[in-house]
Design a protein around this ligand. Structure first.
Ligand code: GLN
Ligand code: ZN
Length: 758
């Protein structure tokens, strides 16, 4: 029988214990280190017991983390940046958390997205002369804790180094391989001494575009680790091996895990390679990062084919990647519609699926039948399939994805309609989400206050925010988004085809978790979603009121997306739904409409050769959303990042009239992209870093605006913060926006003089 393996299990706990009972109380000083460690031990024990009860023979060890597995690796390897004052020995808990979160005058280490997931890892920071030494006991302690039949998990050396950065920009951390390998070797030999027989090495970089240096590093690394006495289980996930297939199977490892959910097409090639090289093959066939129930019949056929080709001692069955990216337990969902629930599987259910797929067909006949039934219901359910939506999508014409006139003509119409001063000021949408706002929303959700009371509270808030914006002197106003819990959930709740869980939390970073909506069916907008609020806000002022929407790609990126049709089609359905909202806002007299695409860039595929295809439909989806309006209606978009260099042409192709972006932290560096490309439309380069509690002085913003003017035309520039203000307090927002308006006034005077002199 093939071996069922779980590459990693969610560490947050069913009730987010990691957050609520462990790390956050520890950070607040409410529990001691000993209590924290004891509670963590409990949590691990529970997860191991769950897997063992389900029939998993080897449980993963060291997949658990109090913060992040890459941070754990940095501690294991003794790669602690100098600013934390660590003097060697075992990295203690407070140094560990300081690296994650910063302390006093030592800033936190950088965080980045773990490949194309919504999980964030801590980026290793390595110097040219970086020394490494075994500096943590976590993996050994946990291995001992797990008892026998445990599989220790490490991030492999090449992935670890490839994801690292160095303060020295010209230095490639991969060149530290020779320095780090002795430490890996020592770790493996200690594990062997402790009784381990094999080790899991996570090398997801093998599904990315590799440089020659990385390829050579793979060869050198695994040659060096080959005589550890441990069998090496090398995992690849989040995509296909493609041009790295030969490389992966040439490495002296015992078994290779491949992702057959993201890249089902690589199965035959991997099978052939496994046969040729005599290696074991681990079939990543249960989706580790989405919530759909496995099609056991289809999967079993794949497993059987592998077993027939390789023999069952050479085949493992596994989730596509660590279950870290799945919510914990579907059984905890008591409110979800029963039919929808029958289509889903969370981590606990996925463990059962993996185990089932390792059994002979005859033994799982009932499970296969139940799975077939669920698949069949998904294919035919009227909850999923809406012929009206499909017909509408089929009838989309190119003209629906293009504005009536080119930008040059539109901007004239818009200038006449909006009558804005030079360098118009605006904000990104949200204003501080105060305790009172959150309470009103919670009270309304829980039925403690009725619709009228809730609406009155929100309207009062809108009026106050509008009055404030008039007072401080902003030009294009917003309603403040007080009624929105989250920029995706708020819309998802009003669209058909979306479902929400009570407890479907997934770790985002550290103690932070997100609860993504589930897009399960054809998406439709039964009724306007924001129009009444926008109308009310506009009625409070003579200024231009900006309508605020979330774009289709961002909704896609931050949800669990259906897997029974291409992502692109789901994006286009959302685009049509939001397009209706855009049209209704315009009809209601809203002259400026912002469609946020905060997550457009993070949707980029891991392989560069796939970028164009993605960008093409992402841009189409945006345009389908936006291009219903007349020339005089101004479309804005907002993106929360600054690396535009490699996608600037697609940003241009979105053809938004105005785009606001994050630039203050990078000191306007991003604008480089705009130099070479000559972005034709208008831009608001963020001048106020809303991620920091610091109130930026007027002069700082003037400097940033001057930098922007070096690159952009005066008549292109808007003045705005980097992002929404919902996470900030009024005490910071008020002086910061006052300074922003003052900086704009200074700029208008300066620019006026300049053009008068010219
Ligand atoms: N309009 C949203 C806000 O201001 C945008 C948030 C975002 O870009 N993440 O909150
Ligand atoms: Zn943003």
């Amino acid at each position: 029988m093939p071996l069922p393996l779980i590459l990693g299990f969610p560490r947050i706990g069913l009730n987010r214990e990691l957050k609520k009972n462990l790390v956050e109380p520890y950070w607040k000083g409410k529990i001691s280190a000993a209590e924290l460690l004891a509670a963590a031990k409990d949590l691990r024990a529970r997860h191991w017991a769950l897997m063992r009860d389900a029939g998993v023979p080897y449980v993963p060890v060291n997949d658990f983390s109090l913060y992040d597995q890459m941070l754990d690796m940095s501690c294991l390897l003794g790669a602690v940046p100098a600013r934390y004052g660590w003097t060697g020995g075992t990295v203690d808990l407070d140094t560990y958390f300081a690296m994650a979160r910063g302390r006093d005058n030592a800033t936190a280490m950088e965080m980045t997205k773990w490949f194309d997931t919504n999980y964030h890892n801590i980026v290793p920071e390595l110097t040219r002369d970086q020394a490494f030494s075994v500096s943590a006991t976590k993996i050994f302690d946990e291995f001992a804790e797990a008892g026998e039949n445990a599989l220790p998990v490490l991030v492999g050396p090449v992935t670890y180094l490839s994801l690292a950065k160095s303060p020295d920009k010209d230095f490639d951390p991969v060149s530290l391989l020779d320095a780090v390998l002795p430490v890996y070797k020592e770790v493996l030999s200690r594990l062997k001494a402790a009784g381990a027989t094999w080790v899991q090495m996570d090398e997801p970089c093998l599904v990315t575009d590799l440089t020659d240096v990385q390829r050579a590093a793979y060869k050198a690394a695994y040659a060096a680790l080959a005589d550890s006495g441990l069998q090496v289980f090398l995992t690849t996930y989040f995509g296909g091996l493609r041009d790295n297939l030969d490389l992966a199977f040439s490495l002296p490892v015992d078994c290779i895990h491949v992702d057959l959910v993201r890249a089902p097409g690589q199965f035959k090639d991997c099978l052939a390679k496994a046969k040729e090289t005599g290696k074991g093959l681990s079939l990543g066939i249960v989706d580790g990062r989405n919530i759909w129930r496995n099609d056991l019949s289809a999967s079993l056929a794949v497993v059987e084919e592998a077993v027939a080709a390789l023999g069952d001692d050479k085949v493992c069955v596994a989730p596509s990647c660590s279950l870290l990216h799945s919510p914990v337990d579907l059984d905890a969902e008591t409110k979800l519609d029963a039919e929808i629930k029958s289509w889903l599987a969370f981590a606990k259910q996925k463990v059962d699926e993996v185990v089932a797929l390792s059994k002979p067909r005859a033994e799982i006949a009932d499970l296969l039948a139940a799975s077939d039934k669920a698949q069949e219901s998904r294919k035919t359910s009227a909850r999923i399939h809406n012929p009206d939506v499909q017909a509408r999508l089929a009838a989309v014409t190119p003209s629906m994805k293009s504005r009536k006139s080119p930008f040059a003509a539109r901007i004239k119409a818009q200038k006449a309609a909006l009558k804005l001063p030079p360098f118009p000021t605006t904000t990104i949408g949200s204003f501080p989400q105060t305790k009172e706002i959150r309470k009103a929303r919670a009270d309304y959700k829980a039925g403690r206050i009725d619709r009228d009371a809730y609406e009155a509270a929100m309207k009062a808030e809108i009026r106050a925010v509008v009055d404030y914006q008039e007072e401080v002197g902003l030009d294009v106003l917003v309603h403040g988004e007080a009624e929105r819990n989250d920029m995706v959930e708020y819309f998802g709740e009003q669209l058909s085809g979306f479902a929400f869980t009570q407890n479907g939390w997934v770790q985002s970073y550290g103690s932070r978790c997100v609860k993504p909506p589930i897009i399960f069916g054809d998406v439709d907008r039964p009724a306007p979603m924001t129009v009444d609020w926008a109308k009310y806000a506009q009625s409070c002022t003579d200024h231009v009121m900006k309508g605020m929407l979330t774009g289709p790609i961002t909704m896609l990126q931050w949800s669990f997306v259906r897997n029974d049709q291409p992502r692109e089609r789901t994006a286009m359905q959302i685009a049509l739904a939001v397009r209706d909202e855009v049209a209704d806002l315009e009809k209601a007299g809203i002259k400026v409409i912002q469609i946020d695409e905060a997550a457009l860039r993070e949707g980029l595929p891991l392989r560069k050769s796939d970028w164009q295809e993605y960008l093409a439909w992402a841009v189409e989806a945006f345009k389908l959303t936006a291009c219903t309006v007349d020339d005089a209606t101004q479309i804005h978009t907002h993106m929360c990042y600054s690396e535009f260099n490699d996608i600037i042409e697609s940003i241009g192709a979105m053809d938004a009239d105005v785009i606001s972006i994050e630039t203050s932290r990078s000191n306007m560096e991003l604008l480089d992209a705009f130099v070479t490309y000559k972005y034709p439309n208008e831009i608001g380069p963020g001048v106020y870093d809303i991620h920091s509690p610091r109130v930026p002085p007027t002069e700082d913003m003037v400097v940033l605006l001057d930098k922007a003017r070096d690159v952009l035309r005066d008549d292109q520039i808007w003045v705005n913060p980097d992002c929404g203000l919902k996470t900030r307090g009024w005490a910071e927002v008020k002086p910061a926006l006052a300074n922003m308006v003052a900086a704009t006034k200074a700029l208008r005077e300066k620019a006026g003089t300049k053009s008068a002199a010219a």
